[in-house]
Design a protein around this ligand. Structure first.
Ligand code: DAT
Length: 174
């Protein structure tokens, strides 16, 4: 069945501003913010905990099963640092947030990550791992790269995505 509202993934390295964008976008568009981190915890979709990186190891099949019914109906802003596990048919737009290295370093240092986790995340941003993952997993025309260095960037990005949602709803919704 066709969706009457779009599904959007907001992805990027930890610290680039995914939650910040998702919260403002949810308010601006009425779409629902779906934090995958929260779902993994609330719906027991972890298959373990990586002690060194202090993060959950996600059971991807279980996660997809847990959210499928909701997401298929549309209207979600999916907030996660990975995007290639989601079936292409579920997703209408993939936004990859990017951040200057120095800015990201300051944000992540504030989070008290271990040196290893900090380094892994900095490397991921420098090597544009999430952007490449998005481009490999989804059609070129639905992947958008946006800068997230300043609060003004957040406002501009939210306005831009809001306009995209309005156009999608006008042109694509059944
Ligand atoms: P993520 O969800 O990608 O891990 P976040 O939304 O929690 O990132 O943001 C991390 C921190 O950086 C948080 O304190 C808010 C701040 N921040 C995020 N995006 C920003 C931006 N574009 N300008 C200024 N601060 C930002």
């Amino acid at each position: 069945m066709a969706r009457s509202s779009p599904n959007i993934i907001i992805t990027g390295t930890p610290g680039v501003g995914k939650s910040t964008h998702c919260e403002q976008l949810a308010e601006a568009t009425g779409l629902k913010h779906m934090s995958i981190n929260q779902i993994v915890k609330d719906r027991n979709c972890a298959e373990g905990f990586d002690d060194e990186l202090k993060s959950w190891i996600v059971d991807e099949d279980k996660l997809l099963d847990a959210i499928e019914d909701e997401v298929k109906d549309g209207g979600y802003i999916i907030d996660w640092h990975a995007c290639d596990i989601f079936p292409e048919s579920w997703i209408d737009l993939v936004v990859v947030l990017r951040c200057d290295t120095a800015v990201l370093y300051d944000r992540l240092s504030g989070r008290k990550y271990s040196p290893k986790k900090l380094e892994e995340n900095m490397d991921a941003e420098i090597m544009q791992v999430l952007l490449d993952e998005a481009r490999e997993g989804f059609a070129e025309e639905i992947v958008v790269e946006l800068q997230s260095n300043t609060i003004e960037d957040v406002d501009t990005n939210v306005e831009r995505i809001k306009t995209w949602v309005e156009n999608w709803t006008r042109d694509t919704a059944p």
